[in-house]
Write a protein that binds this ligand. Structure first.
Ligand SMILES: *[C@@H]1O[C@H](CO)[C@@H](O)[C@H](O)[C@H]1NC(C)=O
Ligand SMILES: [Ca+2]
Ligand SMILES: [Ca+2]
Length: 150
């Protein structure tokens, strides 16, 4: 391998390195749109049942829980640019880390977003939580379980 191809290899590696979060900016707007979509009854409060309902669409085999593969393959099919990020997000959702999303994971995730601990997650709490999450993922490399989307 000549110097030329080493430089090309580095350039390609550089381009793949780090998650591309551009699509999600500005984060506060993305988070607000997520809240408005996921707050199914539009009462300004995100319930555990509403979080559960959001995840139903990822449950490919309909067994009521979502595996990492179900979730990341769904994102691969709809938003391949977000495939790497989807693995990091899965780590955050799967609060007990058993590679299945169940009701107790939604409860624990809801608790993480409920920053004033009053049992309710309002839009402000949701947006603040998600903006921090998106910022946390900036500059992260390829996920250990990630591989390739297609
Ligand atoms: C997002 O944050 C920017 C900068 O702080 C602010 O100007 C803008 O109004 C915010 N947008 C939303 C939808 O909250
Ligand atoms: Ca609601
Ligand atoms: Ca779990």
């Amino acid at each position: 391998m000549g110097l030329g191809s080493i430089i090309v290899a580095l350039a390609v590696f550089g381009a793949c390195h780090g998650l591309d979060m551009t699509k999600l900016k500005p984060y506060n707007l993305t988070a607000e749109l997520m809240f408005l979509t996921e707050d199914l009854n539009q009462d300004g409060i995100m319930t555990i049942a509403e979080i559960d309902a959001v995840f139903d669409k990822y449950d490919a085999n309909g067994d009521g829980r979502e595996t990492r593969n179900e979730y990341t393959m769904y994102i691969c099919g709809t938003d391949p640019d977000l495939y790497q990020l989807s693995h990091y997000l899965y780590d955050d959702y799967d609060v007990d880390g058993d590679h299945h999303l169940d009701k107790h994971d939604y409860e624990a995730f809801h608790l993480k977003m409920d920053s004033n601990a009053d049992g309710q997650v309002d839009k402000t709490e949701f947006v603040v939580y998600w903006v921090h999450l998106f910022e946390k993922y900036e500059g992260m490399g390829v996920h250990g379980q990630g591989g390739h989307c297609h």
